[in-house]
Design a protein around this ligand. Structure first.
Ligand code: ADP
Length: 267
């Protein structure tokens, strides 16, 4: 592995509880270097999955959290000024393409369209990345793969991926795991008993039913892990649920009270 990407190697096996055939499907996609899109709400295991797959495939993983201020240069690279003049510095996407890492662009819809288009030549047969400012055409390393995550729930006309971008990817759907699996994840991640994990999942199921009826998003697995970690530290479960599950989710006093009431039916 090239020294420039060695630090990005996933050295320890991440805990990932498969929910279906996504591991096999991803391996097949990687074998043909298909760019992949992981779709699903926030906090449902997309990042953990890609970390696990990078570990399993033995490839370095370079992750970029996308935001609307991000420019193409933030991905591709730029000239920097130093004592000896100017020096080119590869951005994360170039680093991954050049040296054969998996590049994970998290929440790619947050980036502007003119930023997102830089990935196009890397995601078709050419597998190249033009560095316009540098006058270089980088040919992607054989191990390079591009992965993006995408939350269809946030989708608005202003913030959606273009078909010309979407159609370059294979896509896997992620969602909140079914109750027994989610219980297992929460208890494994936090150390709380199966019984407590089951109650947390119960609260989440109630809240998820309110999605679209006053809530934009449901309680994610990530939030359950937060609540479980507090309870494992002997925080009172009611206080833990209010702080980790209810308050972050809603600013609406009626909704907050309804969710607090749901918590008290479990704890
Ligand atoms: P996102 O979908 O936003 O990328 P993450 O992958 O960061 O979400 O998941 C949030 C947390 O939920 C993880 O840190 C992990 O604790 C837990 N988690 C969710 N799904 C799984 C899973 N299938 N296996 C293991 N942990 C999971």
């Amino acid at each position: 592995m090239h020294e420039q990407v060695r630090d990005y190697k996933v050295t320890q096996e991440p805990y990932y509880r498969a929910v279906g055939d996504e591991v096999d499907l991803y391996e097949a996609a990687y074998a043909v270097r298909m760019p992949m899109m992981l779709k699903g709400p926030t906090g449902c295991g997309k990042t953990r999955f890609v970390e696990y797959m990078a570990w399993k495939l033995g490839k370095p993983l370079i992750t970029v959290a996308c935001n609307e201020d991000m420019t193409a240069s933030d991905l591709v690279g730029r000239y920097l000024l130093d004592a000896n003049g100017t020096r080119w510095q590869d951005g994360p996407l170039t680093l991954a393409a050049r040296h054969g890492a998996i590049c994970y662009l998290d929440e790619v819809v947050e980036a502007r369209q003119d930023t997102v288009v830089v990935i196009h030549p890397l995601t078709d047969n050419r597998r190249v990345l033009p560095l316009e400012k540098k006058g270089e055409l980088v040919e992607a390393h054989k191990d390079f793969q591009l992965v993006i995550s995408y939350n269809p729930g946030y989708q608005s006309l202003m913030k959606d991926l273009k078909q010309s971008t979407k159609q370059r990817f294979g896509a896997l759907d992620f969602g909140y795991p079914e109750a027994d699996v989610e219980k297992e994840i929460v208890s494994h991640e936090t150390g709380v008993s199966n019984d407590v994990a089951g109650k947390l999942v119960g609260v989440a199921e109630r809240a998820r039913n309110l999605k679209g009826h006053g809530l934009d998003e449901g309680i994610s697995t990530r939030m359950l892990v937060h609540a479980g970690s507090l309870i494992a530290r002997e925080v009172d479960p009611l206080a833990a649920c209010r702080m980790a599950l209810v308050r972050p989710l809603t600013d609406d006093p009626d909704m907050r009270d309804a969710l607090d009431a749901a918590v008290t039916t479990f704890f």
